[in-house]
Design a protein around this ligand. Structure first.
Ligand SMILES: *Cc1c(COP(=O)(O)O)cnc(C)c1O
Length: 236
């Protein structure tokens, strides 16, 4: 793709974000576009970087490491995929935000390995789908307490991957549920770590990011609309 084509795609998504935010009285600057670059080559990431994008999301630790080594150091890397406990030792301190902390064993391992403070979101399976990662809403308070107690871990908010839907509005209840959970836990977090607000909501993907913004998303994770379809077969 030419840089004009990249600019056009990016501009269209930024305009959608701005419209969705303005329509519900939010400042568009409250919403960070995380460009989900998993399975896509470093050239594609560089093209968006050249247009000013700094937030990129990756799902697989090894793939992220290889790309990060080849790309500018000021990229803010977001780890958004399921994180196996045995991969934590490879994380180093270059991650900006880990979106997918969903169990006590992972909290423990992150705390044990971290050399510096690491910012995380707790992933919640609000829709209760069997096939999805994330703790249940019922288990969230206990997981939060563990994360608050753990050394080096800063809990900044919540994340969810709701069901795939054709009509974005179908996910409205799930986005609303995540926003409500954040609100309910905010005071508790403020009491324990007053210097770091519990103010982030990572929700919304290509099909439903505008709906997520209406419900308070601060981070939308957009892959396909930016990079095109993913070809998992092309991966090693
Ligand atoms: C791949 C992925 C995305 C991006 O999905 P698109 O539908 O391509 O925008 C967002 N969030 C998570 C957790 C993902 O794994």
């Amino acid at each position: 793709m030419s840089s004009d084509q990249w600019a056009e795609r990016l501009g269209a998504i930024q305009a959608q974000i701005a419209r969705a935010a303005s329509a519900c009285g939010r400042d568009p600057r409250e919403v960070t576009l995380v460009a989900v670059s998993k399975t896509h080559p470093v050239e594609a990431i560089q093209a968006l970087y050249d247009l000013g994008v700094r937030d990129f999301g990756e799902s697989y630790v090894q793939e992220w490491q290889e790309k990060a080594a080849a790309l500018p150091a000021d990229i803010r890397w977001h780890l958004i995929g399921h994180l196996q406990t045995n991969k934590v030792k490879y994380l180093e301190d270059r991650l900006w935000l880990i979106h997918s902390v969903d169990r006590a064993s992972l909290v423990k391992e992150l705390a044990r390995r971290a050399q510096a403070p690491v910012s995380v979101l707790l992933q919640v399976n609000v829709a209760g789908e069997d096939s999805k990662f994330g703790c249940t809403p019922e288990a969230l308070p206990a997981l939060l307490e563990q994360a608050l107690e753990a050394e080096h871990i800063i809990v900044r908010g919540l994340m969810t991957v709701p069901p795939y839907v054709e009509v974005a509005a179908e996910n409205a209840p799930n986005f609303a549920a995540l926003a409500k959970l954040r609100e309910q836990l905010e005071q508790r977090v403020a009491a324990v770590q007053p210097e770091h607000p519990f103010d982030l909501l990572s929700m919304g993907m290509t099909v439903d990011f505008e709906e997520a913004i209406v419900h308070g998303a601060t981070h939308v994770r957009v892959g396909t609309a930016l990079f095109g379809e993913r070809d998992y077969g092309a991966q090693a």
